[in-house]
Design a protein around this ligand. Structure first.
Ligand SMILES: [Zn+2]
Length: 175
């Protein structure tokens, strides 16, 4: 087990040994993710884990787990709210681009396509985690139930009238 400072790992080593790596990284370090989002909570962390696997027929897999609580903007009421992400994904790790291309050419007609990455001895862990985190976000984020607003506030559209994300978080936590 290693802490979040580790940025590059040998993905071949990970899948061959079946070992795992995990860490916690401040959400603001994921610049592609937070670039289009409202201000995030202070000290919000992304917990992530990677586990390698080699199956009985010699295929290599990487299991990615992510937990995070990004602040998103509800597309119905346009207010920020805290969205809980708990995502797991499994990627097949290929030895080379050529191996990847050959395999995908054979599988063109399959409905369900396995997600694959090309392995590297210097895999950028946080870039991979960021990709998975972005994929885990809803395309159109919405509150389950929007907090009701006095009509005067709802109509004014003023930024000043919006509750802080923390007030919204407080409401979510009671559910
Ligand atoms: Zn809403």
């Amino acid at each position: 087990m290693q802490q979040g400072g580790t940025q590059y790992i040998d993905s071949f080593g990970l899948v061959r040994s079946g070992s795992d790596v995990q860490g916690e990284t401040p959400i603001v370090r994921f610049e592609r993710l937070v670039g289009d989002l409202p201000a995030q909570q202070d000290n919000a962390m992304v917990s992530w884990s990677l586990k390698g696997e080699t199956d009985t027929v010699g295929r290599h897999w990487l299991h990615v787990g992510i937990r995070a609580c990004p602040v998103l903007v509800c597309q119905r009421c346009m207010q920020p709210f805290v969205y809980q992400v708990q995502a797991e994904n499994t990627l097949q790790v290929m030895k080379s681009e050529a191996e990847l291309d050959a395999l995908e050419a054979r599988e063109e007609d399959e409905d369900e396509v396995t997600e694959r990455i090309v392995g590297t001895q210097r895999m950028d862990v946080l870039a991979l985690v960021e990709d998975e985190l972005i994929l885990a976000l809803p395309y159109v984020p919405k509150h389950e139930v929007c907090p009701s607003l006095p009509e005067a506030l709802a109509d004014s559209g003023s930024d000043d009238a919006r509750p802080s994300p923390f007030a919204v978080l407080g409401k979510l936590k009671k559910d």
